[in-house]
Design a protein around this ligand. Sequence first.
Ligand SMILES: Nc1ncnc2c1ncn2[C@@H]1O[C@H](COP(=O)(O)OP(=O)(O)OP(=O)(O)O)[C@@H](O)[C@H]1O
Length: 258
Amino acid sequence: MSTGAALAVSGVSRAFGGVYAVRDVELRVAPGELRAVIGPNGAGKSTLFALIGGQLAPQAGGVRLDGARIDRLPAHRRARLGIGVVFQAARIFPGMTALENVMVGAHPTTRAGFAAAALRLPAHRRDEREISDRATESLYRTGLGDWAHRAAEELPLGQQRALQLARALCGRPRLLLLDEPASGLRTAERERLATLIEDLRATGLTILLVEHDVAFVMRLADRVTVLDLGRVIADGTAAEIRADPRVVTAYLGTGVAA
Ligand SMILES: Nc1ncnc2c1ncn2[C@@H]1O[C@H](COP(=O)(O)OP(=O)(O)OP(=O)(O)O)[C@@H](O)[C@H]1O
């Protein structure tokens, strides 16, 4: 059982060229919760994701993980504190096996670090063994155990997405950030991915799922936060969100049914 972390985003803003991509956003995610963030194109979902993961720093407000401020830390420090990230359209590394692809995900969290690796110190060799064990465990957690020694680029797209999840899990996160993990997948692959995300949630991990596809998240999420033009316009259970007239208005004309 993983212990999920609590996430608190308070009054966070970020502008590009004077235009707010995210403005005064509040978001509280409880340990073990699966929270979806949805919104039309340009709503600020990816920007919010980057503000939590550490690829961007906020211009105002704060981000806390289990009560500790993290918004001034670079992404690799946040990874060490337990934030695992799967980016939108993340690539696999071709020419590497599935296992090697996943091992890459563990490096920010190992004890000995880069210097020991460069010098091939015993601490590094111990790390390598530990990483390989963890990577194998992550592959099994995502249903890819039998694919460990296959070339990653041979995996079908749905399994490549699972591989990206395995890579993030290898860092032993307590908060998993997923940016549009279902994009480009066919129906059956989406179903399998949804089941995998449900299984991960059942282990106690906190998950923040940023999605464009409303239908995909409605069945998975405990609560849904809706962004529009950088602001939170609604926050509630799937049933509350579906019935919220502001959400229906925000999605009108986008071709996405709420
Ligand atoms: N690096 C950047 N430089 C300039 N503008 C940016 C940058 N990143 C985001 N923006 C702008 O901020 C706004 C929010 O973008 P963001 O990508 O966060 O939205 P989104 O909800 O993820 O959209 P989508 O569903 O299309 O991925 C948009 O108007 C976008 O053009």
